[in-house]
Design a protein around this ligand. Structure first.
Ligand SMILES: [Zn+2]
Length: 353
């Protein structure tokens, strides 16, 4: 890599600069949008739809679900495409791009061309009530120095969006963080972890074995999820069972979504089930994985669903409804994850191969 690394000073100069134009909410906070949202989310809290219930709970009337925050100022697809087009026109005409565009262009030029969203934090200062009209104003909050990550070296870029009401008071703050990274080159002779995919590159005769394969991105391990990964390491597929109503749930959550109980215990599952859905991922390619990568959702015998890689089956042969079994696989020295394999069910013949 011949490009010099951006010095910290150049990048820090972007902090505090506006990230795009502010956005006015096209509509005030309103009951119909809230009603559709809570229905889609399955949120039955009455304070979002019932004025009397909201008053009993200490509010001045119906409030909006805090997590709807961004919905109020979203532009919609058509407007976003118009902005995208006008940005390109401005770029072509030599006009000044906004600071975020400028920063991304600088990082692109340094080879940090890939992007992944890493986290989003929202802070709610007061409940939003019917009639509130929001405005969202974004600035570049921080640009990190170069960091080594599992995906490759990169810079974390955090954008801060202040949501203000008509009086100009900040009602919520969102910090949205992405990683702009230089993709590590895919190790050509990596150990296949299952079914070795066919040769993918037209220039595959060049072998460059010097770069070790990076580890997979780490899963988010929290007090609620740690048991799952510890179980996997011990070769067990575990799910949470509610101690109050007895229902199984996955992915792990702090409380039971049926009875709200916080008490749960791990239960070992058989790992057998059927494939409910799947995707075959070709792009974007993250160096720790083999492509094409088959990722499936299985419906397990016990009734919960699980997402895992499907291994040992040609992508073209994967079928919804196929019987699967789960196996634990050490994907690297620190991480063991479940994978799905085809389960041999008695079949009435079929071609060999
Ligand atoms: Zn329960």
């Amino acid at each position: 890599m011949t490009a010099t690394s951006s010095d910290a000073h150049t990048l820090a100069a972007f902090e505090g600069r506006p990230a795009g134009a502010g956005v006015e909410a096209p509509d005030p906070v309103n009951q119909p949008m809230i009603r559709h949202w809570v229905e889609a989310m399955g949120d039955e809290n009455p304070v979002y739809v019932d004025d009397a219930a909201a008053r009993r709970a200490g509010f001045s009337g119906v409030v909006a679900p805090p997590t709807m925050l961004q919905a109020w100022t979203m532009r919609g697809y058509r407007r976003s495409m118009e902005i995208e087009r006008s940005r390109r026109d401005v770029g072509a005409g030599g006009g000044p791009p906004d600071a975020l565009e400028e920063l991304f262009a600088l990082l692109d030029a340094q080879g940090f061309t890939s992007v992944v969203a890493t986290d989003c934090e929202q802070e709610y200062r007061r409940p939003l009530v019917l009639g509130d009209r929001l405005r969202a104003t974004s600035v570049i909050d921080t640009v990190s120095p170069e960091k080594r990550t599992a995906l490759g070296p990169g810079h974390f870029v955090t954008t801060r969006t202040d949501f203000t009401d008509e009086a100009g008071a900040v009602v919520a703050v969102m910090r949205f963080r992405i990683l702009r990274f230089r993709p590590a080159r895919r190790a050509p002779e990596a150990q296949p972890t299952g079914d070795a995919p066919g040769e993918l590159h037209e220039n595959a005769t060049v072998k460059e074995p010097e770069e070790p394969r990076p580890l997979r991105p780490r899963p988010a391990i929290t007090p609620d999820t740690a048991f799952f990964f510890e179980g996997a390491k011990a070769g067990k597929l575990l799910a949470q069972r509610c101690c109050n109503c007895g229902r199984l749930r996955h992915p792990p959550a702090p409380s039971c979504r049926w009875c709200r109980s916080l008490e749960w215990e791990p239960q070992e599952l058989s790992g057998r089930g059927t494939l409910f859905s799947f995707v075959v991922v070709h792009h974007p390619q993250v160096p720790a994985f083999d492509y094409p990568l088959v990722v499936g959702v299985a419906e397990l015998e016990e009734g919960t669903r699980l997402v895992a890689d499907v291994v040992g089956v040609e992508p073209g042969d994967v079928r919804i409804g196929m019987p699967i079994e789960t196996e634990m696989r050490a994907v690297d020295p620190e991480l063991t994850l479940p994978v799905f394999k085809a389960r041999t069910a008695p079949a009435a013949g079929g071609e060999s191969g």
